[in-house]
Design a protein around this ligand. Structure first.
Ligand SMILES: [Fe+2]
Length: 116
């Protein structure tokens, strides 16, 4: 399962308690129209790892395993209310768009069904 590049618009701390998540961190290309991003770094988090994420972080997350990865996410604000103003980036064009909560919820439900 891969969650496409997205932002949170608030700080966060992610702690993994089982499995692994591979993060790609992205940065905006201000000189390119469309809010385009490029890869800027990566970090693989395994069991017992924790990672603080700054307010402006854009990341995509892949579970490279064929089993559940579980983590605890702490956000520095009203995460549910922020969905309305958050962004996601198309994984093919890397252009910015409005965060699609329904699509992302379906992605998690689908992964839960197949056990990924
Ligand atoms: Fe995230």
């Amino acid at each position: 399962m891969t969650v496409m590049p997205h932002n949170h618009l608030m700080w966060a701390v992610i702690g993994v308690y089982t499995g692994r998540e591979d993060n790609i961190f992205w940065r905006r290309l201000p000189e390119v129209p469309g809010g385009t991003i490029e890869a800027a770094g990566a970090k693989s988090l395994g069991e017992r790892d924790a990672e603080p994420l700054g307010r402006d972080i854009i990341h995509s997350v892949t579970n490279p395993l064929s089993r559940l990865t579980g983590g605890i996410h702490v956000y520095g604000g009203d995460f549910a209310a922020a969905h309305a103003v958050r962004s996601q980036w198309d994984p093919e064009t890397l252009c910015e768009g409005r965060y699609d909560l329904e699509r992302n919820m379906r992605l998690f439900e689908e992964a839960d069904r197949v056990g990924a």
